[in-house]
Ligand binder design. Structure first.
Ligand code: SF4
Length: 365
């Protein structure tokens, strides 16, 4: 397939790994921010091709993983309401809340539906005016435009039985939180190409300058990742800090202006709690006052719930790149894809699910 196979060519990948090895003379830690990149690194064995002195830290860029348990709990509460249809992407259904997940709520008779787009949920609301249809709107900058558009359309068309339970987060403030931590060890970042396709690269330049680090916008194929790592390491070796767009076949400097416009219209920025990490200033998107009527929290009077994290789950340390999933004592023992303790084992972008899928044979289970 064009645009995929050439970026997986074995000889080209080996040459890129050789280049990276020759470039690396000192120990460096580079964090890939996106869970999709983490899975690609493990799936293609790129972590075994890089020099030993180069450490890859896996970042918090898995949307399902960082959605607070309180939001899952609120969704479970709503799913138990008699006149509510709760719509969600499929991977949210198995994320544990305080003591159960949305699948359990569904099995108890809750009307929980898997949709492929927020517009599917809006369509359902139009077809079923007798039901309150709630869409669980989570994710990073990549999902924000579609989620914003569904709410925008609901207002424009006067669909009053649709609302969104919103938990939208932003990548750049999370990078700043990692870099400003006293125990930070990250020397450079691979930024997520699909996020930058929406927002553009501009939000990352001030971070590269402020923290004096290289940030390379990277794709998701083996050559994308190895070449981006080589660019990042080359800058580290020379003591340079800059933002480089290595994914220019998709990412334009200004991103997608239409997507940005609808996000700006519907959402405003505020402080947000990330699961396992805590509150990060200015890292969330919330519905503006003019769209309050379509906010499920307002419509159903949902209060802030307090949901403790499972004591044995070390998701916060994994999400900040402090430990590897296989360092968690519960990994593959009390926590597995069949019986997940934490969201990182559920999501197809979670680091724990990546290690379980691609590295479990190396870990005593
Ligand atoms: S292996 Fe399971 S319990 Fe451990 S950090 Fe990952 S999700 Fe949490």
């Amino acid at each position: 397939m064009k645009f995929v196979t050439e970026y997986r060519d074995a000889d080209a990948v080996r040459r890129a790994a050789d280049t990276l090895r020759k470039l690396t003379t000192r120990p460096w830690t580079v964090m890939e921010i996106c869970g999709g990149q983490t899975h690609a690194i493990l799936r293609f064995g790129l972590d075994r091709m890089i020099p030993e002195t180069l450490t890859l830290a896996h970042g918090p860029g898995c949307p399902v993983c960082v959605t607070p348990a309180e939001v899952i709990e609120s969704a479970i509460v709503l799913a138990g309401e008699r006149n509510v249809t709760l719509c969600s992407f499929g991977d949210m259904l198995r994320v544990p809340g305080s003591h159960e997940d949305l699948f359990s709520a569904k099995s108890r008779g809750g009307d929980v539906r898997v949709v492929y787009s927020p517009m599917d949920a809006l369509r359902l609301a139009k077809e079923r005016p007798d039901r309150q249809v709630v869409f669980l709107a989570i994710g990073f900058e990549t999902t924000a435009p579609a989620n914003a558009m569904a709410v925008f359309q609901a207002k424009r068309e006067g669909i009053h039985n649709f609302s969104a339970l919103v938990s939208q987060v932003l990548v750049p403030p999370a990078m700043e939180a990692i870099l400003s931590a006293p125990d930070n060890t990250v020397n450079g970042f691979l930024a997520a190409g699909h996020v930058c396709a929406v927002t553009g690269c501009e939000p990352y330049a001030p971070i590269a300058e402020k923290y004096r680090i290289p940030i390379v916008v990277a794709g998701f194929e083996p050559l994308d990742l190895l070449n981006a790592l080589a660019t990042c390491v080359a800058m580290l070796e020379k003591g340079e800090n800059a933002l480089v767009n290595q994914y220019s076949r998709y990412v334009r400097g200004e991103g997608n202006p239409h997507a940005r416009k609808v996000v700006e219209e519907v959402f405003e920025v505020g402080d947000m709690a990330w699961r396992g990490i805590g509150v990060i200033p200015s890292s969330g998107l919330f519905l503006r006052h003019s769209y309050r009527e379509w906010d499920a929290k307002e419509r159903f009077g949902l209060r802030d719930l307090k949901v403790p994290e499972p004591a044995d789950c070390r998701a916060g340390e994994v999400l900040r790149g402090k430990i590897r999933p296989s360092d968690c004592p519960a990994f593959g023992v009390a926590c597995s894809p069949e019986h997940p303790l934490g969201a990182l084992m559920v999501s197809p972008e979670g680091a724990c699910s990546a290690y379980h899928r691609y590295r479990k044979k190396e870990t005593p289970l």
